[in-house]
Design a protein around this ligand. Sequence first.
Ligand code: DHB
Length: 390
Amino acid sequence: MNKRHFLSSTAAAVLALSAGATLAQDNTFKIGLILPMTGQQATTGRQIEAAARLYMAQNGDTVAGKKIQLIVKDDTSIPDMTKRLAQELVVNDKVNVLAGMGITPSALATAQIATQSKTPLVVMAAATSSITEASPYVVRTSFTLPQASVALADWAPKNGIKKVVTLVSDYGPGLDAEKFFTSRLQFNGGQVVEQLRVPLRSPDFAPFLQKVRDIKPDALFVFVPSGAGAAVMKQFLERGMDKAGIRLIGTGDVTDDDQLNDMGDGALGVVTSHHYSAAHPSAMNKKFVEAFQKANKNLRPNFMAVGGYDGMRVIYEALRVTKGNGGGDALLGAMKGQIFESPRGPIFIDAQTRDVVQNIYLRKVEKKDGQLYNVEFDVVKDVKDPGKTK
Ligand code: DHB
């Protein structure tokens, strides 16, 4: 037996032993937060960690007599690393909850660890529809791409956009966005004339954008993960696509609040659909944005931050309800069905699917007080993930 195989089978045995174990003997409650803190997805990790720490600063670090310990690990968004870290957190640190998951492959790689060890896995970022079906221990506080895409495909044909080219990152969430945007647009009488896919790692958008220019659709629909939007916007404008009469539309990942203000006035007028804008006009969101910026050198919270903040709420509430003495199954049960006000608006963790039900907003990039924001102009209320197969 080679060393690697030995280690993984030992880990599996320990996982089996610890399965069903209740809370760690001592008085701590451990949250293993695995995020990409370096590499291409680093902004996701930075936003979620900051939001989790803000939640703890605002709500205290003791719940039901347990001291909350947040253990943050950097998986550099390599799924094998996410899985290994999750295994170590469960076996060595005996975490009560796993959380984070910056990209879909990381969440999918970790699902099995959650199932085997009966540890709730709170997905705060990754957004492929099928993730919640990969383990009965997954609970999601981010969003899904089908959820975000459909509202835009309803809006577009009513606003002069009939012929569209789609451009998506070639992996789970991109394929979900492509599929649900395309079929809904077609249902509404529009047409997707070309579907382009770019690699997730180090994408070069230039050759794809050239192709779009030649096709000259009414609009280009884009999904790229958080952190890649600014590059798309820059190349879109450099190629004069807007001047050629092609509109840029997409899910709100492309006009990510983390980057939007640095995209320049060329971003003005871009319409997207999403679940969170830093400009969401609620009292709770105003307080959230202010506190987040104060604690983080004026960094503007994006949709990832909100997924992290609400994920912490779901964990705290589950611990409170189970009075600090429930194991993984009890915690999971107390996570299902939670309804509460988030900085994004009202949200609900569907007890059947363990996925988030939330409002999807149509937004347009506008200037407010000299800064670029996604300003909401319409809302589709209480949207369930349309991507669920059961
Ligand atoms: C995923 C990652 C993102 O950064 C995002 O904006 C949407 C989805 C993902 O990998 O699931």
